[in-house]
Write a protein that binds this ligand. Structure first.
Ligand code: ATP
Ligand code: MG
Ligand code: MG
Ligand code: MG
Length: 439
């Protein structure tokens, strides 16, 4: 992409309404624009990151054997009356009436809708196990939308639902989700710690939240510091193996790690004092096993091996895709701007032409642009006729992992400058060498 042809409305001023770094930086970097309270337009740069996260989520869900689909944003109230949640859900649910006076709602989550699909099409235990998921916009009329996309009213969420014949099978699905979530967050350059949590309106007492530690997080958490040393890493996993998935669950959940709702001082005090931590965290996902809570009232049964109908055991599993954009920035920025982890960066490298219009500099930039593109990478070329200082500030703000600076002086010696956004270190080298380092 050439910056002269892109749409990157960066702000010079720090927006006063933004209280935390990620919100400020997303506004300043031209990633989002508020449409109304808690509702945002995703401008091209923000949209690019959102899509990257979405792709990672899809890849990891499909790797785990979960099946993508898409359900609508607007739902009928009838199903929610059937499950008994229409009244329970309260003010967070945006209720709408259509022209025929039918009660509709903007879905805050999809347990009812997916269970309806299931009961219409699945009748036998032979069709199980089944896990379906989608990534779709949700609406919750949060009492206090704030922190930009971190607590929006309209937000983008992956929600997946497993259907199993027995509790045992459903717990395997639960474990599979835990593993796939660990992989997902690590690919985004994040450490998200599974913590024992509370069921909330979704229900169920078997649940973990995934938390990214951050001072600006809204959740209070308590944990054994040893847990922060755990990484899933590059290890192989067979998602069909009950033992392997169970082992990962045990490894990642055996140490004390709880949110304030489930925090227990007595148990916490058994952790050696030097390892006891209390901190704040951002909830970036949650997994639930809730048994037959929805399948019974909605009549989602299958014929079991003995011919008798059994309600299916279910769980639901969410990832806050749009919140993650903010969470990643919260975890990775400095006073000059965002520092994107490699796995989610909107562009792989920025090319800064110090002297736009200089034949040699222009040609060198074009050549770099073409080489990077040919390697399947996406460079962002700042080809505007602007001062170097402004170009550098923009690149720092939008936080691409690498910046290649090209100017007539360096080119005389056959070199360009390669700068790492993360370390701030710069090194001069021939253009080919810079490409090699980025690729
Ligand atoms: P919170 O405790 O932050 O209100 P939640 O527990 O109500 O979140 P879940 O029902 O578990 O949310 O939804 C799954 C995920 O969706 C959450 O873990 C979070 O990452 C994301 N999410 C929930 N509410 C919002 C919101 N208002 N804005 C952005 N993301 C959200
Ligand atoms: Mg909530
Ligand atoms: Mg929560
Ligand atoms: Mg939750």
């Amino acid at each position: 992409m050439r910056l002269s042809r892109y749409f990157l409305p960066v702000l010079k001023e720090t927006p006063s309404e933004a209280q935390i770094a990620s919100h400020r930086l997303m506004l300043r970097a031209g990633m989002i624009k508020q449409a109304s309270a808690g509702i945002y337009s995703w401008l091209p740069l923000g949209f690019k990151v959102l899509r990257k996260l979405e792709n990672i989520v899809h890849e990891e869900q499909m790797r785990a054997g979960h099946i993508p689909m898409l359900m609508p944003t607007i739902q009928s109230a009838d199903l929610w009356r059937e499950s008994g949640r229409y009244d329970d859900y309260g003010e967070e649910m945006l209720r709408i009436r259509d022209r025929h006076d039918r009660d509709m709602l903007y879905g805050p989550t999809n347990e009812e809708l997916i269970t309806d699909i299931f009961r219409a099409h699945v009748g036998s235990y032979k069709d199980l196990p089944l896990t379906l998921y989608h990534i779709q916009w949700k609406f919750r009329d949060e009492i206090r939308p704030r922190f930009g996309v971190m607590r929006g009213r309209e937000f983008y969420m992956k929600d997946g639902y497993n259907f199993d014949l027995s509790k045992e099978d459903a717990l395997h699905a639960y474990n599979r989700h835990l593993v796939s979530y660990l992989r997902t967050y690590e690919r985004m350059g994040l450490q998200a710690i599974p913590m024992r949590a509370d069921g909330g309106p979704i229900g169920g007492d078997y649940t973990h939240e995934f938390l990214v530690l951050a001072e600006t997080g809204e959740s209070e958490v308590f944990y054994d510091s040893e847990i922060t040393d755990l990484r899933f890493g590059e290890r192989e996993i067979d998602y069909d193996s009950v033992e392997q998935c169970q082992a990962v669950l045990e490894e990642f959940t055996s140490r004390y790690a709880r949110t304030d709702e489930t925090h227990d001082e007595v148990i916490f005090n058994e952790v050696p004092e030097a390892r006891r931590r209390s901190a704040r965290g951002i909830e970036v996902g949650q997994i639930f096993y809730f048994g037959t809570k929805y399948s019974e009232p909605l009549g989602a049964t299958v014929q079991g091996p003995d011919g008798k109908p059994v309600p299916v055991h279910m769980g639901s599993h969410g990832i806050g895709v749009s919140r993650l954009v903010g969470a990643i920035i919260e975890a990775s920025h400095d006073e000059n701007g965002i520092i994107w982890p490699e796995g989610v960066t909107p562009f792989h490298a920025g090319i800064v032409n110090l002297k736009q219009g200089d034949a040699e500099a222009d040609a060198a930039c074009e050549a770099l642009y073409a080489s990077l593109t040919a390697l399947g990478l996406e460079p962002l070329y700042d080809d505007r006729d602007e001062r170097a200082g402004g170009k550098f500030a923009t690149m720092d703000l939008i936080g691409l992992p690498w910046r290649i600076t090209v100017g007539p002086r360096g080119l005389k010696n056959g070199v360009v400058e390669l700068t790492s956004r993360k370390t701030g270190e710069s090194e001069e080298m021939p253009p080919e060498k810079a490409i090699e380092k980025i690729a």
